[in-house]
Write a protein that binds this ligand. Structure first.
Ligand code: SF4
Ligand code: MG
Length: 320
């Protein structure tokens, strides 16, 4: 399988300023030395509680923030060395869908104008063909083409997210990063939007990076799942192994909180106590040791490395 994106030893430290001189006194270690690939045509999900670094990782790949360290390759090219021209091309290949489509849709523009603008910026279709392309896009995401002159407030939450999807699709991207894309929607609407995303992936051969805190949603859409905790990857596996045979105590704890859909998933229940520690001074050794019911002495000093338990499943825990 070909890697469309390769992230190598990515670090994202955000400075904290302090004192009367406003000097950097500390850092939030939002992402701390993570490596993974996104394969062409797959859906890789990143899951974890808020503050684990999943959105930060997505933002770094989109180059919305400059990483503090590491490398990001897109189609084998190091995007951190891209100039303006390269970036323009990259913006066309990589699109993003956020949680709240309402916040990213201009309330004074009609759906037609919103999509027309996306088409014009990247110059995907000639001006005289734009109207046809817009009605086609609306149909593809399950919206009525004759609603082209309506404004965002005239649509429901689910329909607005469909507009966001149409806008992302408009420029014919290869990769779409969905950051909590269905989290604000009712459960029944979530399923519809997830099914739409899957259908579009099949039609357009899209690759998804799907960021979510919701394992139920992740189970529905993913091919592979990466679990993050406090800026680190703790487990990455194909979906089946992750849900049927989770290895990391943190993954087990996340899974313990959602219903078991079938008998295959006989899971050990792991309950967590305490809160996620601060990413400013994360615990030494295994970052999870302050909450892990299985922690041993070694966990307090030695950082566990990601190790393969099979060729599609890696985990970072001393006990595995
Ligand atoms: Fe728990 Fe230790 Fe494994 Fe970390 S390395 S998850 S503390 S057992
Ligand atoms: Mg987030």
């Amino acid at each position: 399988q070909k890697a469309l994106v390769e992230v190598k030893q990515l670090k994202q430290y955000f400075p904290i300023k302090g004192g009367i001189l406003g000097r950097t006194v500390n850092h939030v270690k939002a992402v701390d030395d993570i490596s993974f690939s996104i394969y062409e045509g797959e859906t890789l999900s990143i899951v974890g509680e808020s503050g684990c670094g999943k959105s930060t990782t997505g933002r770094a790949i989109l180059r919305l923030d400059e990483p503090s360290g590491g490398e990001i390759f897109y189609d084998q090219k190091n995007i951190l060395s891209f100039n303006k021209m390269d970036m323009r091309k990259l913006r066309k290949d990589m699109q993003v869908i956020f949680q709240d489509p309402f916040a990213s849709l201009n309330p004074r523009q009609t759906v037609g104008q919103i999509l027309g603008e996306a088409l014009a910026i990247q110059n995907v279709v000639p001006a005289e063909k734009r109207h046809d392309r817009i009605t086609e896009l609306l149909a593809h995401v399950g919206l009525r083409p004759d609603h082209i002159d309506r404004y965002p407030h005239e649509f429901s939450g689910g329909q607005r997210q469909r507009i966001g999807i149409a806008r992302a699709l408009a420029v014919e991207p290869k990769l779409i990063i969905c950051d909590e894309a269905v989290s604000a929607l009712d459960v029944s609407i979530q399923a519809q939007v997830l099914n739409l995303l899957k259908e579009l992936q099949r039609q357009y051969k899209l690759t998804y990076l799907f960021i979510s805190h919701d394992l139920g949603v992740v189970r529905h859409i993913s091919d592979r799942v990466m679990v993050m905790y406090l800026g680190k990857v703790v487990e990455i596996a194909d979906k089946k192994s992750l849900f049927e045979n989770p290895q990391h105590p943190y993954t087990k704890a996340l899974l313990s909180a959602i219903p078991v859909p079938n008998r295959k998933e006989k899971r050990e229940r792991v309950m967590l106590s305490g809160d996620v520690p601060s990413p400013i001074n994360p615990p030494q050794g295994c970052r999870f040791h302050t909450r892990c019911p299985f922690a041993v002495d070694r966990c307090k000093t030695e950082v566990p490395q990601l190790t393969g338990v099979s060729n599609t499943h890696q985990v970072a825990c001393h006990l595995v």
